[in-house]
Design a binder for this molecule. Structure first.
Ligand SMILES: NC(=O)C1=CN([C@@H]2O[C@H](COP(=O)(O)OP(=O)(O)OC[C@H]3O[C@@H](n4cnc5c(N)ncnc54)[C@H](O)[C@@H]3O)[C@@H](O)[C@H]2O)C=CC1
Ligand SMILES: O=C(O)/C=C/C=C(\O)C(=O)O
Length: 491
C-alpha cells in the first residue's frame, strides 16, 4: 500500500487506496513553478457513499467503544510515525504549496506531531461532568454525563496549512472515538493521503480514516457535507463556503464547527519596544505569504510612532527572501495558485482606486530560475486607506497590510473592532495594564499581547461573527467531537 505523490494521488476508503480512474481526475500544479506535479483521482458520489458506509461500519465494529487509553496510545504512535517519515511529509507539503522548507519543518509538520500528542494527553486526562442534586426530604440524585463519539464526522480542510489543520481536527476526532471522511483541498491533496499510510501503520482500523479528493460544489466536498450518513461537519476555510456548508447541513440539523476567515487587526501603541513590535508584525503580516487565517491585514499605529513603524516594516518586507522552497534561506513562498493571485492582484487595483500609497511591493516579482511560471507576488504595504475601503474590510489572504494611524486608545479599539470578522487581534505595548485591557476589549476569539500565533493547543481557538462558529482546542474539541448523555440516578 503506497500513496504516490509522484503521478497519482489516490482516494483512501475502508483501509485501502482506490485504483484511480483516468476519466475522473485533475492535475495538481506546483505553485512555485507552475509545473504539474501530480494527477489526483476525483472521488465521485458512489465512492463518497462507500467512504461514509465504511466509516459507519468501523464505528459499529468497535472503534467507537475502544478504550480511551488505546486511542491515546494510537495517537502517540501516529505522532511517532510522522516523525519517522518527517521529511516525506515536508516534501509532500512543499510540492503542493511551494512553502519554504524551514516553515514546512518548523510549523506545518512539527504541529502535526504536536496535534496528535496533545490530544492523546487531553483525552487521557479528561473527566466527566457530575452533580449531586439535593432533593426534598433529604434524598439526593446523582447526575453524570457520559460522552459518546459524535459518529461519522466530515472534515473539510483548506490549502494554506493543509497537514496542520487536518491533524488539528482528526487528532481530537479520533481521540474521541469518531470515524472521519476527510475532503482535503483540491490544491493540497498530498499530505492527507500520506497520513492514511501513517495511521494504518499506527494500527488504526480500516474505515476509521477515509480520504476523498475533489472540489467543493458538485464534487466531493458537497457529496460529503450533504450525505445523510454524516453526523457532524468540521470545516476550515472561507466564510462564504462556511455559510454554504451551513445551509447544506441545515435540513438535517447536524452540528458544525467552523473556523472561517479573518481581517485581523494589530494595534501598536507608542510605548512599545519598536524592534520587537516590528519583528512580531513582520511575522503576523507575512507568514505563509499572508495565507493564515490569523494573519494581520490591518495595522493601527499610534500617530507619534507611525512613520517609524511604517519605515521599519517596509525595510523588513524588502528583506524577505522569495525563492526556491528548498533553499533554507527562502522566507517567503508563492501564493497557492494563479487564481488566488488574481484575487490578490484585484485588491491591489482596489487599493490604488481608493487612493492608497503603496509603500512597498504592489506587483508581481520576476524571480527567474524557472520560477516565473509560479504564482509569486510581492509583499505589499499600503498607507492612506481608511476602514471604509474594501481593501480594509475584506479578507485578502495575501502578504499585505494597510497601515492606519490612531490617536487614542478608545479610537484604536473602535477601529480594530469595526469589522464583520472576529478571529484574532494583536496588541503591542509595554504598558501591562493597557495590554490586558485592550486585548480583552477586542471582539475576537484570540487576542495576543506582544506576540502573535503563539499557541497552547489546550486553549480555545476559533472566531466570532464571520470568523466562525464554536471553538476547537483542548476540551473544546472534546466537546464538539462527542455527544453527552446525562444519566440521573435517584439515590
Ligand atoms: N483558513 C482560512 O481562513 C482560509 C480562507 N480562505 C479564503 O477563501 C478564499 C477562497 O479559497 P478556497 O480555496 O476556494 O476556500 P474554500 O473555503 O472555498 O475551500 C476550503 C475547503 O472547502 C471545500 N469546499 C469549497 N466549496 C465547498 C462546498 N460547497 N461544499 C463543501 N466543501 C466545499 C474546498 O474544496 C476546500 O477543501 C481565499 O481566497 C481566502 O480568502 C481560503 C483557505 C483558508
Ligand atoms: O494554530 C491553529 O490551530 C490554526 C491556525 C491557522 C488557521 O486555522 C487557518 O489559517 O485557517
Amino acid at each position: 500500500m503506497t500513496a504516490d505523490t509522484g503521478r497519482w494521488i489516490r482516494n483512501f476508503v475502508d483501509g485501502r487506496f482506490v485504483d484511480p480512474d483516468e476519466r475522473s481526475s485533475f492535475t495538481k500544479v506546483d505553485p512555485a513553478t507552475g509545473a504539474v506535479h501530480a494527477r489526483v483521482h476525483e472521488a465521485d458520489e458512489p465512492l463518497v457513499d462507500r467512504a461514509v458506509a465504511a466509516a459507519r461500519r468501523a464505528l459499529d465494529d468497535g472503534w467507537a467503544r475502544t478504550p480511551v487509553r488505546e486511542r491515546a496510545a494510537l495517537l502517540r504512535r501516529a505522532a511517532d510515525r510522522i516523525e519517522e517519515r518527517f521529511e516525506e511529509f515536508v516534501a509532500a507539503e512543499i510540492a503542493d504549496t511551494g512553502k519554504p522548507v524551514t516553515q514546512a519543518r518548523e510549523l506545518d509538520v512539527a504541529r502535526a506531531v504536536a496535534n496528535f500528542r496533545t490530544f492523546a494527553d487531553v483525552v487521557a486526562a479528561a473527566g466527566q461532568e457530575s452533580f449531586l442534586t439535593d432533593l426534598a426530604g433529604g434524598r439526593q440524585a446523582l447526575n453524570y454525563a457520559v460522552r459518546k463519539p459524535l459518529g461519522v464526522v466530515a472534515v473539510i480542510v483548506p490549502w494554506n496549512l493543509p497537514l496542520l489543520l487536518l491533524t488539528w481536527k482528526i487528532a481530537p476526532a479520533l481521540a474521541c472515538g469518531n470515524a472521519v471522511v476527510v475532503k482535503p483541498s483540491e490544491e493540497t491533496p498530498s499530505t492527507a493521503t500520506l497520513l492514511a499510510e501513517v495511521l494504518a501503520e499506527a494500527g488504526l482500523p480500516a474505515g476509521v480514516y477515509n480520504v476523498v479528493h475533489g472540489f467543493g460544489g458538485g464534487s466531493a466536498g458537497e457529496y460529503v457535507t450533504s450525505h445523510p450518513g454524516i453526523d457532524g461537519v468540521t470545516f476550515t476555510g472561507s466564510s462564504a463556503t462556511g455559510s454554504h456548508v451551513m445551509k447544506t447541513v441545515a435540513p438535517r440539523v447536524r452540528p458544525v464547527s467552523f473556523e472561517l476567515g479573518g481581517k485581523n487587526a494589530a494595534v501598536v501603541f507608542d510605548d512599545v519596544d519598536i524592534d520587537e513590535a516590528l519583528d512580531g508584525l513582520t511575522r503576523s503580516v507575512f507568514t505563509n505569504t499572508g495565507q493564515v487565517c490569523l494573519c494581520t491585514e490591518r495595522v493601527y499605529v499610534q500617530r507619534s510612532v507611525f512613520d517609524e513603524i511604517a519605515g521599519g516594516l517596509v525595510e523588513r518586507a524588502r528583506g524577505l527572501r522569495l525563492g526556491r522552497p528548498l533553499d533554507e534561506a527562502t522566507t517567503t513562498g508563492p501564493l497557492i495558485s494563479q487564481t488566488h493571485r488574481d484575487k490578490v492582484l484585484h485588491y491591489f487595483d482596489l487599493a490604488e482606486q481608493a487612493g492608497a500609497e503603496v509603500i512597498t511591493g504592489g506587483g508581481v516579482p520576476r524571480l527567474g530560475e524557472g520560477l516565473d511560471g509560479g504564482s509569486w507576488i510581492e509583499p505589499t504595504l499600503w498607507t492612506g486607506l481608511t476602514n471604509s475601503d474594501r481593501v480594509v474590510r475584506e479578507e485578502i489572504f495575501g502578504p499585505v497590510a494597510a497601515l492606519i494611524p490612531f490617536d487614542t486608545e478608545a479610537e484604536a479599539i473602535s477601529l480594530a473592532n469595526d469589522t464583520d470578522y472576529g478571529l484574532a487581534a494583536s496588541v503591542w505595548t509595554n504598558d501591562l495594564r493597557r495590554g490586558h485591557r485592550v486585548a480583552q476589549s477586542m471582539n475576537v476569539g484570540m487576542a495576543w499581547v506582544n506576540t502573535w500565533f503563539l499557541r497552547d493547543l489546550r486553549s480555545p481557538f476559533g472566531g466570532v461573527g464571520l470568523s466562525g462558529i464554536g471553538r476547537e482546542g483542548g476540551e473544546s474539541s472534546l466537546h464538539f467531537y462527542t455527544e453527552p448523555t446525562n444519566v440521573c440516578v435517584q439515590l
